[in-house]
Design a protein around this ligand. Structure first.
Ligand code: G3P
Length: 214
């Protein structure tokens, strides 16, 4: 079964009460279509979204800190307590130095969170796979937020990722359609990570249904 993670980022359509509504829609379609749809939400929305749905909810980021004197940082244990199943780390929009990433992965795992490590290239994906995440998600930064998908424009990146990365692979950037998902799966990815194709869609239900049509 393909894994589909919708990253809510900080889109207004996917923040606060809108985050709850969109996550509930994901839940509804996951149930109806027996699909593995997960959501990644802002720390501020984790609790309300986790309370509203039973599909896996991920944080978009956590910091590599222990409880204590860390004003304003995101504590992995707190994210876990709010109901998160896991966290994204090293997203293109929130890049981490390698030593920070290593500590973040450790702290997240110690807190009982699954970890999705994002990478900009297959080569970076191959390096971070050594940290044994649940998934490595390869997303070419130049295609993020655009209309053209990694599946359509850069299938070679998916092929190379499959070849180099010793971890379950997600791919993302510009994913909008079931065909995008199909190509990713055919090339050897286990699923996709996407945002704007759903969060910015005029009709998010239609957008989700299109993704499930592969
Ligand atoms: O994390 C998902 C992502 O960065 C891709 O964004 O809007 O191209 O689906 P988007």
């Amino acid at each position: 079964m393909a894994v589909i993670i919708i990253n809510f980022k900080t889109y207004p359509q996917a923040t606060g009460e809108n985050a709850v509504r969109l996550a509930e829609l994901c839940q509804e379609l996951a149930d109806e279509h027996d699909a593995d749809i997960r959501v990644a939400v802002q720390a501020a929305d984790l609790y309300r979204v986790s309370q509203a749905v039973s599909i896996p909810v991920y944080a978009e980021h956590v910091d590599p800190i222990d409880p204590g004197r860390n004003t304003g940082f995101i504590l992995p244990e707190a994210v876990k307590a709010e109901g998160a199943a896991g966290t994204l780390l090293n997203h293109s929009e929130h890049r981490l130095e390698r030593d920070v990433l290593e500590r973040s992965v450790k702290e997240a795992k110690d807190a009982g969170l699954k970890v999705v490590i994002c990478a900009a290239t297959p080569e970076e994906g191959s390096e971070v796979a050594a940290l044994q995440p649940e998934f490595v998600a390869v997303e070419p930064p130049e295609l993020i937020g655009g209309e053209v998908s990694v599946s359509a424009a850069e299938p070679e990146i998916i092929r190379k990722s499959v070849e180099l990365i010793d971890a379950p692979l997600l791919v993302g950037a510009g994913i909008h359609t079931g065909e995008d998902v199909k190509v990713a799966l055919e090339l050897g990815a286990v699923g996709v990570l996407l945002a704007s194709g759903v969060t910015k869609a005029e009709d998010p239900k239609k957008a989700l249904l299109a993704l499930l049509d592969f």
